[in-house]
Design a protein around this ligand. Sequence first.
Ligand SMILES: Cc1cc2nc3c(=O)[nH]c(=O)nc-3n(C[C@H](O)[C@H](O)[C@H](O)COP(=O)(O)OP(=O)(O)OC[C@H]3O[C@@H](n4cnc5c(N)ncnc54)[C@H](O)[C@@H]3O)c2cc1C
Length: 436
Amino acid sequence: MSYTVREPYSIPAAYQTQDSSEFERKALLNAVQADAVVIGAGITGSTLAVHLCESGKSVVQLEAKVPGWGGSGRAFGSVVPCHKNSEEAIIRHYGEQRGTRLIDALAHGPALVSELLNRHNIDAAFAGGGWAFGAHSKPFYKKLQKRAEYWQARDADVEYLNASEFSQVIGSDYYRGGLIDRRALSVNPYAYAKGLFKTANQLGAKQYTNTPAVNVEQKGNGTWRVTTPQGSVECENVYFCTNAYTKGVWPGLEKGFVRVRGFGATTAAIDPTKLADILPQNHFITDTRQLWSGIRKLPSGQIHLGVGGPAMGAKGKADLKVARQRLKDVYPAIGSVEWGESWSGWIAVSTDQFPRIICLANGVWAAQGYSGRGIAMATLLGRELSFCQGDSEREALILPVDKKIPWVPFHPFSPLGAAAMIGLYGIQDAMGDRNK
Ligand SMILES: Cc1cc2nc3c(=O)[nH]c(=O)nc-3n(C[C@H](O)[C@H](O)[C@H](O)COP(=O)(O)OP(=O)(O)OC[C@H]3O[C@@H](n4cnc5c(N)ncnc54)[C@H](O)[C@@H]3O)c2cc1C
C-alpha cells in the first residue's frame, strides 16, 4: 500500500543544484515524541517546520520521498503577488475584511519569499525584472489596464505597457500590450523547498525522509500517534502538508480537491546570440490564456516553458508540439530548437480555485488546494498553520478555517469533469488567439 500519490517523473535535472552542504537523511526507525508532526516536505511543510521551530516547538517532519518531491520541486517557478481569481471575486467570496486581508497578504507574497531566502541564505531566486503578463486577446487589454490602475492606486510597482513598449521588454511583438509587475519573482522552486527543509533542520526539526505517515490516530489522553512503516511519533498537533500528493492517510482528505497534472519542459541551451534577444531583461512571461503560457530563461541558457499535456493519469507526456509552436509564435527568430527534458507534477485544484486551511480534528490540520498558484501561497499558509493549534487558530488568519473537508460534487468522476473543463479552456484560448 502506498501512502502518497504515484509520481513517475523525477525532479527535473534543470533544478538540481550542486549543494556540497547536503546532508544525509534517514528513515524513522523507532518511537519518538514531539509537540508537532509535519507531514510532507514541500514548501508548505518546510515553511511550517521553520515557523514552529522558531516559536520554540519540538518538531518531527516526515516526508514519504525526498524534500521537494511534490509540486514544490516541479513548479514553473513564478512567484506572483495575486490570486488567479480577481480581486473583486476575492472580496465577493470572503467579504470585505477577510478578502482585503488575503489580497494584501498575496500582494506581499513574493516579498515574503524573498525575505525568507535572504534571512536563511537560500540561493533560489533568479535575477530578473519580474512578471510580463501579456494580453493574448482584445478583451484583455482593458482588463489588464484596469488591473494596473488598481495596483498603482495601492503604490505597487506595476504598469501597463502598450504593444511597442511591451515588445521591448520581452523581445517579441507577439502581444498588443501587457502588464509588468516588478514585485514578482522567478525562482528555482526545488532549491527553495530544499533550502527551507535545511533551515528547519538547522533550527532543530527532526526530519525523516522515505518515511510516509501511514496512519494518524488519537490516543486515550487526547494526543495523537502518527505511525510510519517502522516507527511512530506521539504529539499534540499533526499538520497535513501533502497537498496534491495526499493519499489514504486521513479519510477523505484527498476528496477535497481535484488532482490534475501540469507539465514543464526545457530546451537545450540556446545559442547565446539568439538568447540575448529573448526576454532581454529576464522577465518571465505568462498571458491571459487559461491554460499554460509560461516562458522564462534559466541561468543555464535554456528556455523553460509551462506546457500542456494529459491532465489525468500519471503516465502522460508533455505536449511538446504545442510548446514548440508557442515558442515559434512568440520568438520566431529562434528557429528550430532541441528539447532538453520534460516533466510533470500533480496540482490540487479546488472547485473555486481558492486554497483551504482545514481543521480535521482537535489538533489535526491541513492546508491544500492551491490550484497551481502555490509557491507564495504555500509560504503564506505554512506560516498561517503555525498559528493553528488544538482546535483553535489565531484570529486574523488570512483564510477562514474550514471545519469540514470541502465537498467536491461527483468526486469519483472529477477526472472526467476536469478533462472537460481543460478542453473548454483550450477552445476559449484558441478563440481568443483568433481575436488578437
Ligand atoms: C508543473 C507545475 C507547475 C507549477 N507552477 C507553479 C508556478 O509557476 N507558480 C506557483 O505559484 N505554483 C506553481 N505550481 C503549484 C505549486 O508547485 C504547488 O502549489 C506547491 O509547490 C505546493 O506545495 P506543498 O508544499 O503544499 O505541496 P508539495 O510540494 O506537493 O509537497 C507535498 C509533499 O508531501 C509528501 N507526502 C505525501 N504524502 C505523504 C505521506 N503520507 N507522508 C509523508 N509525506 C507525504 C510528498 O512526497 C510531497 O513531498 C505548479 C505545480 C506544478 C505541478
